[in-house]
Design a protein around this ligand. Structure first.
Ligand code: NBG
Length: 832
C-alpha cells in the first residue's frame, strides 16, 4: 500500500491519455472499455449487473489517482493519522455518493437521460455493504465521509464480513431473516491487498524466558494462527483530493500450517482448519443479544484489532518512525468497546514483540487510544467471562491482570478508605462468575473518553462511568453525533437541495451553518409553496415504493408519520402503536370524527433472538391489517411496516417524512442519528428529552418541536420510588380501551394469546414506562394534528427545522474530535 514517498508519479504518467479523465466523453469511453475488457461483454449482451460493474469501475478509476496520492502523503513527517477502529461500518451504496463527491453527478445523470439510458436501474443494482447493525455503524460511515471531506489523514479499520446484517422479509406479518449476500455479484469498490497480511494468534499458553540482556520476558505460544488479509475501499471527500482508506480484514487460513497437516496426511484436518479460520469474518452479529458466551464474536474483535495495530506499527516503521514516537504518529479511536482489547494488544506488541519496558509501553498506549461510549444500557456494556477470555488470550489476560493491579493501587492511593471503590472500578467483575469489563479497560487505557450527546455524556459521568469521572475528570468530554449532509441531503433529497441552492448557493453542503439563511424565506409564501411541493414529490416517491414492496396504497397528501430504527423496547415502537389504536378506537366510537389523515410508517430490524421485538413487528402488521381494511376508517389511517430498512431504502424515507418519531424512554437513547436525518430534511419531531433530541430542540426552537414525556431524572426517580404501571392503567380510560383492544384478540383473529407477552410486560413491568408517557404522548399528537391542518404553519416550521440543523453535520462533530481529542489539522492532498 505505502509506496516510496519519494516517487513522483501521476495517473497521467502511468497511463497517458488514460482513465482519469473527468470529461463525459472520457467517462463514456472508459465505461465502454470496462464493459468489454473487465466484464467481457458487448453492450448487447450486457446484464444490468455488467452495466453496474462497468460504471462502478469507471468511477473508481476516478478515485484511484487521488487515493494513491492520499495514501502516499499519509505518513509524511509530522502528520498524525487518525485510526478509527470500528467493528461496524454501515456504508450504504457507493456509486452515487462518489459521483457527488467528484462533482459530476448532475451532468452525468443528464447525459444518461438524454441518451435514454436508465441510470436509476443501474444505481438500484448496487448491493449495499451492510456491515453494521444501525446507528453505531452508520455513524462510523458518516465520520469517514467527514474525515475525508475535511482533509484529515485517516484510516478506518474494521471487518470484512462475508455476510452483513441480515436482510429482512416480512411473511404473514413476522420478520424472517435472510442472509445478506452482498458480495455475490462481486464488489467493484474494494481492492484486495494480498501482500498486506498479518498473523493473529488464539489460545495456547505463555512462557517466561530471559532475553539476551537477562531481562524477564514472556512469549505467547498460540494454539492456532489465523491470517488477516487487507481489503481496501476508497473513501473520497466531497470535492477535495483527499481519498482516505477503509481497510477491512478478512480471515484466512495460514498456508504453512495446512501444508504441515497435509504432509502428514491429515488432509481433512487441514481443510477443517481452513474453514474454522475463515469463519472468523463470516458474519456480522446482529446486536441486542447477550453476547457473553459468543466466543466467535470475541475472536472477531481481537482479530481485526490485532491486524489493525500490526498494520499501524508497520506503517509507522515504513515512514521511519521510532517506536517511542508511535502515539505521535497515530491516534486510535475506539468506536465503543468492541475494539477495546486493543489496549492489551498494543501493550503486548510493544512489550513482547518489540522488547519495550512496561512503563514506556503504557505511556504510548494511553496516549494513543481514545474511547467513545455509545450506550448506557447495562445489558449492552460488554463483559467477557474470564475463562473464555483467558482461554483465547492467555497473554492478554496476564497483561490485563497486571494493568489492573497497578490501576487499583492507584485507586487505593487516590481514594483511601473507600473500601468499595476498587471493586467497583476493577477491570474484573468479581461478583459471582468473573468477567473482564471492556468499558473499564477502555477507560483506563485511553487519554480521552466521550459520550455522543450532551445528555448522554452527562449521564455517563453521573452513572456508569461515575467512578472514572471522579478519578480522571480531565479525560471526559462530549462529542454530539452528526450525520453527513452529502448522503442524507444532497444525495437523498435532490429536490430540496436544488431548492436551497437556488436561494442561498451550495456552500451549505460543507458549511451547513449557511442553512440559517433559509430562515428569512420561511415567511415567503411562494418559497413555502415550493418547499411543500418538494415534500409532496418525495412522499409520492415513497408511496410508490411502499406500494411496490408491501402492496399497500397510501395517500401522499396524508401526514407521513415515520419511525424507522432498530426495533427495541426502549425505542418504544409499541408506544406509537398504542397511539394508532387510540385513534382507531376514536373512529370506531364516532366514525364521523374529524381527524387529520395519517400514514404511519415503521421500519427496522429486530435482532433474531429478541422475542419481544419480533412480537412488536407482528403487532404493527396485525394492527395494520385491521386498520387498513376497516371501512369505518375510510382510509384516514394507514399503517405500513416497510420491510428491510437499510441505508439504501433510507434514501427515500427520510426526505418523505412529515413527522419523525423519536420517542425513546428518556435516558436510554445515547444520541440517535435518525432524528437528525429527518429534521434536516424538514420533518418535525415528536420526541422525548432523550439523546440528541434535547439539542435538536434547542437548535430548532421549542415551538418547532413536539415535546412530551418524563425527563431522564423523572424516569430514574420513578424507578427508585417504585413505578406501578397498573396504577397508571387504572386511571386512564383511553389506555384501558387500547390495551383491551389488543388483549381481546381484535388484531389477532380473536386469539388473545398472540400479543399477551406484549400486554403482560406492559401491565406488570413496563420497564420503559410507556404507560407513564401515554397520556402526554397522545396530547402531543393532538397538537401535531392541529398543526398539520394549517399547512402554512407546518411548512414554516419545516423550513425552520432544516435551516437550524447545521450543528448536526458530522463535519462539526469531526472538527471537535480533531480539536479536542486527536489534535490533528487538515492537510490538503496534492496531486502533483
Ligand atoms: C448507538 C446508540 C444510538 C447512537 C449510536 C451512535 C450502540 C451501542 N449505540 O443512540 O444506541 O446514536 O450508537 O452513537 O449501538
Amino acid at each position: 500500500m505505502v509506496s516510496n514517498p519519494k516517487d513522483k508519479e501521476s495517473a497521467a504518467d502511468v497511463c497517458p491519455g488514460g482513465r482519469s479523465e473527468l470529461s463525459l466523453e472520457g467517462l463514456r469511453r472508459n465505461f465502454r472499455e470496462h464493459l468489454f475488457y473487465t466484464q467481457g461483454r458487448f453492450p448487447r449482451g450486457a446484464t444490468k449487473n455488467d452495466l453496474y460493474m462497468a460504471l462502478a469501475y469507471t468511477v473508481r478509476d476516478q478515485l484511484l489517482h487521488r487515493w494513491i496520492k492520499s495514501v502516499e502523503q499519509m505518513g509524511r513527517a509530522g502528520l498524525r493519522i487518525v485510526s478509527y477502529l470500528s467493528a461496524e461500518f454501515l456504508l450504504g451504496p457507493h456509486l452515487e455518493n462518489n459521483l457527488i463527491s467528484l462533482g459530476i453527478y448532475d451532468e452525468f445523470r443528464k447525459t444518461c437521460d438524454v441518451e435514454g439510458f436508465d441510470i436509476q436501474a443501474i444505481f438500484d443494482q448496487e448491493d449495499e455493504p451492510g456491515l453494521g447493525n444501525g446507528g453505531l455503524g452508520r455513524l462510523a460511515a458518516c465520520y469517514l465521509d467527514s474525515l475525508a471531506t475535511l482533509e484529515i489523514r485517516a484510516m478506518g479499520y474494521g471487518i470484512r464480513y462475508e455476510f452483513g446484517i441480515f436482510d429482512q422479509e416480512i411473511r404473514d406479518g413476522w420478520q424472517v431473516e435472510r442472509t445478506d449476500e452482498w458480495l455475490h455479484n462481486g464488489n467493484p469498490w474494494e481492492l484486495a491487498r494480498p501482500e498486506i497480511t498479518f498473523q493473529v494468534g488464539f489460545g495456547g499458553r505463555t512462557e517466561p524466558y530471559e532475553d539476551e540482556h537477562g531481562r524477564y520476558r514472556v512469549r505467547w505460544l498460540p494454539h492456532r494462527i489465523v491470517k488477516g488479509v487487507a481489503y481496501d475501499t476508497p473513501i473520497l471527500g466531497y470535492r477535495v483530493n483527499t481519498c482516505n482508506l477503509l481497510r477491512l480484514w478478512k480471515a484466512e487460513a495460514v498456508e504453512s500450517f495446512e501444508l504441515e497437516d497435509f504432509n502428514v496426511g491429515d488432509y481433512y484436518g487441514a481443510v477443517e482448519q481452513k474453514v474454522a479460520s475463515e469463519n472468523i469474518t463470516k458474519v456480522l452479529y446482529p446486536n441486542d443479544e447477550p453476547l457473553q458466551g459468543k466466543q466467535l464474536r470475541l475472536e472477531q474483535q481481537y482479530f481485526f484489532v490485532s491486524c489493525s495495530l500490526q498494520d499501524m506499527l508497520r506503517i509507522h516503521r515504513i515512514f521511519g518512525g521510532e517506536l517511542k514516537h508511535f502515539a505521535e504518529h497515530f491516534v486510535i479511536q475506539l468506536n465503543d468497546t468492541h475494539p477495546a482489547i486493543g489496549v492489551a494488544e498494543l501493550m503486548r506488541l510493544l512489550i513482547d514483540e518489540n522488547g519495550m519496558d512496561w512503563e514506556p509501553a503504557w505511556e504510548i498506549t494511553r496516549s494513543a487510544f481514545a474511547y467513545t461510549n455509545h450506550t448506557l444500557l447495562p445489558e449492552a456494556l460488554e463483559k467477557w467471562p474470564i475463562d473464555l477470555f483467558a482461554g483465547l488470550f492467555p497473554r492478554h489476560m496476564e497483561i490485563i491482570f497486571e494493568l489492573n493491579r497497578r490501576f487499583l493501587d492507584e485507586v487505593r492511593t487516590r481514594f483511601p478508605g473507600e473500601g468499595e471503590r476498587p471493586a467497583r472500578m476493577s477491570l474484573i467483575d468479581e461478583h459471582g462468575e468473573r468477567y473482564v469489563r471492556m468499558a473499564h479497560l477502555a477507560c483506563v487505557g485511553s487519554h480521552a473518553i466521550n459520550g455522543v450527546a450532551e445528555l448522554h455524556s452527562r449521564l455517563l459521568k453521573e452513572t456508569v462511568l461515575r467512578d472514572f469521572y471522579e478519578m480522571m475528570p480531565e479525560k471526559f468530554s462530549n462529542k454530539t453525533n452528526g450525520v453527513t449532509p452529502r448522503r442524507f441531503m444532497v444525495l437523498s433529497n435532490p429536490g430540496l437541495s436544488q431548492l436551497i441552492n437556488g436561494k442561498i448557493g451550495d456552500a451549505w453542503v460543507v458549511k451547513p451553518e449557511d442553512l440559517r439563511q433559509l430562515e428569512k424565506f420561511a415567511d415567503d409564501a411562494s418559497f413555502r409553496e415550493e418547499w411543500h411541493r418538494v415534500k409532496l414529490a418525495n412522499k409520492q416517491n415513497l408511496a410508490r415504493l411502499i406500494l411496490e414492496r408491501t402492496g399497500i396504497e397510501v395517500d401522499p397528501s396524508s401526514l407521513f408519520d415515520i419511525q424507522v430504527k432498530r426495533i427495541h423496547e426502549y425505542k418504544r415502537q409499541h408506544l406509537n402503536v398504542l397511539h394508532i389504536i387510540a385513534l382507531y378506537n376514536r373512529i370506531k366510537k364516532d366514525p364521523s370524527i374529524d381527524l387529520c389523515p395519517r400514514t404511519f410508517i415503521f421500519g427496522g430490524k429486530a435482532a433474531p433472538g429478541y422475542f419481544m421485538a419480533k412480537r412488536i413487528i407482528k403487532l404493527v402488521n396485525c394492527v395494520g391489517d385491521v386498520v387498513n381494511h376497516d371501512p369505518d376508517v375510510a382510509g384516514r389511517l394507514k399503517v405500513v411496516f416497510f420491510p428491510d430498512f437499510n441505508v439504501k431504502n433510507a434514501k427515500l424515507i427520510y426526505p418523505a417524512c412529515d413527522l419523525s418519531e423519536q420517542i425513546s424512554t428518556a435516558g436510554k437513547e445515547a444520541s440517535g442519528t435518525g432524528n437528525m436525518k429527518f429534521s434536516m430534511n424538514g420533518a418535525l419531531t415528536i420526541g422525548t428529552l432523550d439523546g440528541a433530541n434535547v439539542e435538536i430542540r434547542e437548535e430548532v426552537g421549542a415551538e418547532n418541536f413536539f415535546l412530551f414525556g418524563l425527563t431522564a431524572e423523572e424516569v430514574a426517580s420513578l424507578h427508585r420510588n417504585g413505578y406501578h404501571p397498573l396504577e397508571v392503567y387504572r386511571t386512564n380510560a383511553e389506555l384501558q380501551e387500547v390495551v383491551e383492544r389488543i388483549s381481546s384478540g381484535h388484531f389477532s383473529n380473536g386469539d388473545p394469546e398472540l400479543f399477551r407477552p406484549v400486554v403482560d410486560s406492559l401491565l406488570f413491568h413496563d420497564t420503559f414506562m410507556l404507560f407513564a408517557d401515554f397520556g402526554p404522548y397522545l396530547e402531543a399528537q393532538r397538537q401535531v394534528d392541529a398543526a398539520y391542518r394549517d399547512p402554512e404553519r407546518w411548512t414554516r416550521m419545516s423550513i425552520l427545522n432544516t435551516a437550524r440543523m447545521g450543528k448536526f453535520s458530522s463535519d462539526r462533530a469531526i472538527r471537535e474530535y480533531c480539536r479536542d481529542i486527536w489534535k490533528v489539522k487538515p492537510v490538503p492532498v496534492t496531486l502533483d
